[in-house]
Design a protein around this ligand. Structure first.
Ligand code: NAP
Length: 323
């Protein structure tokens, strides 16, 4: 076992020594907590600013197995937490401010404490990019969405617009044609970034139309979204169209700033990991969207969390054999 005695923190914050620290309380972090707790590693989860992660922002999750009638995103997060706590996981409402991964135990300074941890699971997630226009925040969950899989069903027989010109916008836009009567893809340029296959499918789908060279400037409504204002990016001409929903897919930003210079990342800031959830630093594992720009589902993140915790268990067993 790693000898953690005698470690002191240079700040006035309380110093805590743990075997497994988990950053993030989304499906990845809380599933990792469940598995690590059941391995009797007494994990501590730091919730970060968003308890439950992005999933908790989803009104109803209907594609997580075991809930045939769907489950509220927040409720699912609470159930994950309760289950992990039942086996001894601790969930702290705290956020990491800095990490030192140069040696073990890793040092993680948070708002309230300084942790020295024998291992680390990074499950800090990713956040959808926002347009940052008037009405966007006000109508989030009331017509504005960043997840067609989660919210598409609520737009049955309604008109929606999709913002973006990448694979996500087209793929999610095509998914929305299952429900909506029309899907208008609004793109700021006159050519798409998305791959040709998706482009062809979108161009030939009778429910899909395109508004080119158009940027949203305002989302308007009355309790729920009613219309959007747009500006032509070439002519500057403004217009307003009625819509029931605005789906925004203009890329994601992984929450990895904390690890810059310490963990290997790809060009877009996602942490590079192996199939075994390992990072370039032995003892630091990843789970969920912080290392996954592709699947972005509750179930895949939860699976990655479980896998990371299993690997942490093996890692700590080996480390104790060699100490
Ligand atoms: P993306 O490829 O970065 O595309 C983002 C789109 O949003 C671009 O068309 C961009 O316009 C537009 N955009 C960015 N900021 C904007 C703003 N402020 N206002 C209006 N429009 C804005 O992101 P993504 O579509 O989420 O894809 C991310 C990665 O996942 C890509 O590598 C993609 O290939 C992959 N992916 C693959 C699949 C698949 O293979 N089925 C599905 C989803 C995602 P510009 O084009 O003008 O820059």
């Amino acid at each position: 076992m790693f000898n953690l005695s005698g470690i002191t923190s240079s700040s006035n914050k309380e110093s805590k020594q743990v075997k497994v620290l988990i950053l993030g309380s989304g499906p990845a972090g809380l599933s990792a907590a469940l598995y690590a707790a059941r391995a009797e590693l007494a994990p501590v989860v730091l919730t970060g600013m968003e308890l439950g992660g992005q999933a908790a922002l989803t009104h109803t999750i209907e594609n997580y197995p075991g809930f045939p009638d769907g489950v509220g995103g927040q409720e699912l997060g609470e159930l994950f937490q309760k289950q992990a706590e039942r086996f001894g996981a601790k969930v702290e409402f705290d956020t990491a401010q800095s990490v030192d991964l140069t040696k073990r135990p890793f040092k993680i300074t948070t708002d309230n404490a300084v942790y020295f941890s024998e291992s680390l699971i990074v499950g800090t997630g990713a956040r959808p990019n926002h347009l940052d226009i008037p009405g966007e925040t006000e109508f989030t969950g009331k017509g504005v969405s960043y997840c067609a899989t989660c919210d598409g069903w609520f737009f049955k027989d309604k008109k929606v617009i999709v913002v973006g010109g990448g694979d996500s916008a087209l793929e999610e836009g095509l998914f929305l044609t299952r429900f909506a009567t029309s899907v208008t893809i609004v793109h700021r340029r006159d050519s798409l970034r998305a791959g040709k296959v998706l482009q062809n499918r979108a161009f030939t789908d009778p429910k899909v139309s395109f508004l080119w060279n158009s940027a949203l400037t305002d989302i308007k409504g009355d309790g729920v979204v009613k219309s959007v204002k747009m500006k032509n990016t070439k002519t500057g001409e403004t217009s307003e169209i009625e819509t029931d929903g605005v789906f925004i897919f203009i890329g994601h930003t992984p929450n990895t700033q904390l690890f810059t210079g310490q963990l290997d990342m790809d060009d877009t800031g996602y942490i590079r990991s192996t199939m075994m959830m390992e990072t370039n630093v032995p003892g630091v594992f990843v789970a969920g969207e912080v290392a996954d720009s592709h699947f972005r589902q509750v179930i895949t993140s939860a699976g990655m969390g479980a896998a990371a915790a299993i690997q942490v268990t093996h890692f700590l067993e080996k480390a104790s054999e060699h100490s």
